[in-house]
Design a protein around this ligand. Structure first.
Ligand SMILES: CC(C)(COP(=O)(O)OP(=O)(O)OC[C@H]1O[C@@H](n2cnc3c(N)ncnc32)[C@H](O)[C@@H]1OP(=O)(O)O)[C@@H](O)C(=O)NCCC(=O)NCCS
Length: 332
């Protein structure tokens, strides 16, 4: 079963960027009460990339976006829609996509930030696909980028070991149904909003509230254990739903490229879906959890390593704050 539309969106080009600085587990051992062994066995993470002083979201966006446009052979002026999925804005006003626009040269694009935490990139793909399917857009730049380490509480060992920075980008172009994106599903359940959150820094608790800063409210909080259980169930269900709706089985898949939050979550989801281990892509060991950047970064690296080739069927599923979760099945 395909969409009602005759046209869908295909990935015409892909690009990634990771900041140069690497933070290893051994570095974290010197900052909080933790160990390389604990981090590796509970999360799979060995190291993550961290922005340098003076580097921020838009710097990562520019590098990944330009690489994707070059890979697609599309000039920046041809992009008519630019969606930026991020939870770590350059600044509250204006939109980070607007700030990035001149740097990318996408002067003819309408620019929109998409906020759906770790599911942001897949949410943005789903939005982009609709505009392409209706003929409203021809060249869409979709970027997932995060500067999470700026909002990481480096005194909280339960979260600071998890996150990293990075960016991944794709250029989407029209394709006939059956090629490109075959199915996409997305969900939100806001009753879980408190489980992954940054309580301070918005209008209820403004960024200048000194008491809130002392209480470390403008930092990412997560109740990891409770998130874990819902994440495994939700990722499994939505991945199975998308494959079902497309009438495919795991045998048809070339690669499963899930959100890279925790190796144990990925392994649990892969085994519930009965996807053989060699068809599950992981890079969380080297980049940590990069939220909205996670899937495009993983896709880019998988293409670079030759694990995804043109014509392959790929499934990507994400889960994150909101809660939000989403899955996309596409032919590369
Ligand atoms: C965060 C996560 C790695 C923690 O692993 P866990 O097995 O659930 O561990 P728990 O939170 O139950 O903590 C177990 C113990 O380890 C301790 N601990 C937590 N972080 C630690 C660290 N970095 N180093 C050493 N010990 C740590 C806890 O304090 C707790 O100690 P206690 O038993 O004395 O209270 C895991 O829950 C996780 O990955 N959750 C999902 C996160 C996620 O995927 N988010 C996705 C959306 S972005």
């Amino acid at each position: 079963m395909h969409d009602a539309f005759e046209t869908t969106a295909r990935i015409a080009g892909i690009g990634t960027y990771l900041p140069e600085r690497v933070l290893e587990n051994a570095d974290l051992e010197r900052m909080v009460e933790t160990s390389d062994e604990w981090i590796r066995t509970r999360t799979g993470i060995r190291e993550r990339h961290v922005v340098a002083e003076g580097e921020a979201l838009v710097d990562l966006v520019e590098r990944a976006g330009k690489a994707a446009m070059a890979d697609a052979g599309v000039a920046p002026g041809e992009i008519d829609l630019f969606l930026l999925a991020t939870a770590t804005l350059e600044q509250p006003i204006p939109a980070s996509s607007a700030i990035a626009q001149p740097r990318l040269g996408v002067v003819n694009a309408a620019c929109l930030d998409v906020s759906a935490a770790c599911s942001g990139f897949v949410f943005a793909l789903n939005v982009a696909r609709q505009f392409i399917a209706t003929g409203e857009a021809k060249n869409v730049l979709v970027i997932g980028a995060e500067c999470l380490t700026r909002f990481t509480d480096w005194t909280d060992r339960t979260t600071c070991v998890l996150f990293g920075d990075g960016a991944g980008a794709v250029v989407l172009q029209p394709a006939p149904a059956g090629d490109g994106i075959l199915r996409c599903a997305w969900k939100t359940d806001g009753t879980y909003a408190d489980l992954i959150s940054m309580p301070g820094g918005g209008c209820r608790i403004p960024p200048w509230d000194r008491e809130a800063i002392e209480q470390r409210l403008p930092f990412i909080k997560m109740r990891g254990n409770e998130v874990f259980k819902v994440a495994v169930r939700a990722l499994t269900e939505i991945s199975a739903q998308v494959m079902d709706e497309a009438g495919i089985t795991v045998d048809d898949l070339a690669l499963f490229v899930p959100h890279q939050a925790n190796l144990r979550i990925i392994t649990a989801v892969g085994s519930r879906l009965k996807i053989p281990e060699d068809k599950v892509f992981t890079n969380v060991q080297w980049v940590g959890n990069t939220s909205a950047a996670s899937i495009p970064l993983a896709l880019g690296q998988a293409v670079e390593q030759g694990r995804i080739r043109r014509g392959d069927l790929v499934l990507s599923s994400a889960f994150g704050g909101g809660f939000t979760w989403a899955s996309v099945l596409f032919r590369y």
